[in-house]
Design a protein around this ligand. Structure first.
Ligand SMILES: Nc1ncnc2c1ncn2[C@@H]1O[C@H](COP(=O)(O)OP(=O)(O)OP(=O)(O)O)[C@@H](O)[C@H]1O
Length: 699
């Protein structure tokens, strides 16, 4: 009996095929199970470089390209293309088994052969070649085979390697890419370690290689699973992790550990799998947490999807999912009852009155932030502590006399809060951290944190105090390039040491390479911290799926832009994209309303995002902040003009505080980056008048 596997890149492309073609593909392959080799009607391809690559008829026009091993019975569907294209594609390709990983790889052998002579000629006159410093033995150890090695030896410039990305076997390309970017062979080996196999590899046994390749190929168990996989390719993360993701999710760590990686690299997926692994080990209760209730809801929904059998479901009962503020309030209430919360307007008034009374020359905004970001963040309780405190990220320098006066204001403010019995979310959290720090019986054995980049210091103190220091105590997922709130902290300062227990994910599963590259440009040249005393890099974050370049359009005024957005959405709907697969991100609540109204006016069902849930029947319109944690097949970022992004109200003026000004601008830039990287297949960015200074169009 034949088994069917589907190459993952095809799953991504499948959604773009017209519905009747999708149905035909499903029909053809649902009979696959019962077919024998002879009954499969796989056609040989004349002039093929690899006899094992065949085609199968889908209908009069469409053909599937199938990898049919010589021995074994696992058939891998690689592509669905129009007749001529399918034959050309099949003719040029060759399948092989990677000697380091034992996994299947497909290359465009024709492209390699045809570009090699010219590269070799160019290399003859070059003073040096790209891989002069790497010996053949190291190349071989890393799975680079003879053909790729010959090609690599002819390269003189990283640009040539970049251009070969589409035709070299992907894992071998990654190895070369790592070496070209200055990593040693040992470092590349280390990075690959999760994929390396100790098994003896038979380079001709494709069947075994396919079975060893869950990161590239999805094996389906019968027609029902085939249908499910085709219908919801985005749920695949539940079952098939990349080896690196798998390793991180299942490792045993001697203390706090962390996973980083650019947008869409599966950090949340890993955090959820990690929670499941910990729950199944049964060492004690676990908390899965993040910084907003909306994100906590989506983590909770994701975790439910992982409860695929009764045993796991039972283990997951020992996992609490809640955002950090909720945990803080819960702990607080158990001791003090419900807190009376200080409203923002009253807070401003209090700071203004205190500043005036004491003659402190700072506004309520500055004082409030100084209190939050320095006093609360560092848990400072006296003047001495404040005078000696680090004020990293606060921009404006304060002399000793100024500091003494600010402290006076802080002292008065805190006394007033105490007198009136008032709390803020920050003081509730700080108090909850104190309560738990004093308790020996901690509420959790493990804590898994997602979107860690946005948590403030007092939240970290609370989390640190909520589980005893032990192996596998804290697991932290985040990406500082996506920090959209004002919290720059150092894990080390929080007593959380992750050195030696950090991993970085690099493959983006959400976005096309084109959208990702364009979005990464938005952050080009920005120095971004890694929450651990160093700088974070997003270099090497890449997507294996090709698509269309983002569309960028400027309009003379907002009315014209709104008409343009409605026309773009209409175009998407007309090409079979469902309303629920479309999102519109804007900077302000006012624009959410304007865009929703404009879409409704154009007869397009639209809804303002609430609670982070998109609605299948309607186009979702939401602020960029609300877009965090979501993804859409097609995304329009509207109102990306100089007047909206950065939002004036969110940026401290340069005169008032140059440091805070720069930090605010960076945060706004990151926010635009977060919004753009929510798109899976198509991204359209528009503005009225002058484009946002963050966009390439403004340069
Ligand atoms: N191993 C995998 N196989 C298939 N899809 C995956 C895999 N890992 C992640 N994905 C998909 O990639 C998308 C992004 O995953 P996820 O949200 O976990 O990334 P992230 O790194 O947390 O993103 P961001 O930082 O942008 O919020 C999701 O649609 C997820 O289903």
């Amino acid at each position: 009996m034949a088994n069917l596997a589907i190459h993952r890149t095809l799953l991504r492309e499948f959604g773009s095929l017209e519905k009747p073609v999708q149905e035909r593909v499903s029909e053809v392959f649902s009979k696959f199970e019962n077919a024998t080799h002879a009954g499969l009607h796989l056609e040989k391809v004349n002039g093929a470089r690899d006899d094992r690559i065949r085609t199968i008829r889908i209908d009069r026009y469409w053909r599937g390209v199938v990898l049919a091993p010589e021995s074994g019975d696992t058939y891998t569907l690689l592509k669905v293309l129009g007749h001529d294209e399918a034959y050309t594609w099949a003719e040029r390709r060759r399948a092989s088994v990677n000697t380091a990983t034992g996994r299947i790889e497909i290359r465009d052998a024709e492209a390699i052969d045809s570009s090699l002579p010219q590269l070799a000629r160019m290399a003859e006159s070059a003073p040096e070649r790209l891989f002069d410093g790497v010996g053949d033995a190291d190349m071989q150890r890393l799975g680079v085979d003879e053909e790729t090695l010959r090609f690599a030896r002819a390269l003189t410039d990283p640009v040539q390697l970049e251009a070969a990305k589409g035709f070299l076997p992907p894992v071998q390309w990654e190895v070369l890419y790592g070496l070209a970017s200055g990593m040693t062979a040992d470092e590349v080996w280390e990075e690959m370690s999760a994929s390396i196999t100790a098994e003896r590899i038979d380079p001709d046994d494709l069947d075994a290689a396919v079975r060893r390749s869950p990161d590239r190929v999805v094996l389906v168990d019968g027609p029902d699973e085939l249908m499910a996989v085709f219908a919801r390719p985005f749920d695949l993360w539940r079952v098939y992790l990349h080896p690196m993701q798998q390793q991180v999710a299942q490792a045993r760590y001697s203390g706090p550990a962390r996973v980083t990686g650019g947008p869409g690299t599966g950090k949340t997926v890993v955090a959820l799998h990690r929670a499941r692994t910990l729950a199944e080990r049964g060492e004690g209760p676990a908390l899965v947490t993040t910084f907003t209730s909306t994100l906590a809801d989506s983590l909770s929904a994701g975790l439910k999807l992982l409860a695929d059998d009764a045993r796991t479901a039972e283990a997951l009962e020992n996992v609490t999912v809640e955002h950090v503020d909720r945990l803080a309030h819960r702990v607080f209430r158990e001791v003090h009852g419900q807190p009376a919360l200080l409203r923002p307007e009253r807070e401003r008034k209090m700071w203004s009155e205190i500043a005036e009374r004491l003659g402190v020359p700072f506004g309520p905004g500055f004082l409030g932030e100084e209190w939050r970001q320095v006093v609360i963040a560092q848990d400072i309780s006296d003047a001495e502590g404040y005078l000696g405190a680090k004020r990293t990220g606060r921009g404006r320098r304060l002399g000793a006399t100024q500091k003494a006066r600010v402290w006076q204001a802080v002292f008065e403010f805190e006394r007033a809060l105490e007198k009136d019995g008032l709390w803020t979310h920050e003081t509730v959290c700080a108090e909850a951290a104190r309560i738990l720090a004093e308790r020996d019986d901690k509420p959790f054995r493990h804590i898994v944190v997602d979107e860690a980049q946005d948590l403030s210091a007092e939240k970290w103190r609370l989390l640190r105090a909520a589980a005893p220091e032990d192996h596998d105590d804290l697991f932290i997922a985040g990406d500082t390039h996506q920090r959209i709130y004002q919290h720059r902290i150092s894990l080390r300062d929080m007593g959380i040491a992750v050195a030696g227990r950090s991993a970085r994910l690099r493959i983006n599963y959400r976005t096309t390479a084109d959208i990702l590259a364009w979005s990464l440009e938005l952050l080009h040249g920005e120095a971004i911290d890694d929450m651990d005393g160093g700088l974070e890099t997003i270099a090497g974050c890449r997507s294996e799926v090709r698509g269309l370049a983002p569309r960028t359009t400027g309009y003379p005024d907002r009315a014209a832009e709104l008409r343009g957005v409605a026309a773009t959405v209409r175009e998407w709907l007309d090409s079979d994209i469902l309303p629920g697969e479309i999102g519109i991100a804007v900077r302000s609540n006012r624009l959410v309303k304007e865009v929703s109204d404009a879409l409704q006016g154009a007869g397009i069902p639209a809804t303002a995002l609430a609670g982070g849930h998109s609605d299948a029947e309607r186009v979702s319109v939401g602020t960029m902040h609300r877009m965090k944690g979501l993804e859409f097949r097609c995304l329009a970022v509207a109102g990306a003009d100089a007047g909206q992004v950065p939002a004036a109200a969110a940026v401290t003026s340069e005169d008032e505080d140059p440091g805070a000004h720069a930090a605010d601008l960076l945060r706004e830039r990151c926010l635009l980056f977060v919004a753009c990287t929510r798109a899976r297949e198509l991204l359209s960015v528009s503005w009225q008048g002058e484009p946002s200074p963050f966009l390439p169009a403004a340069r």
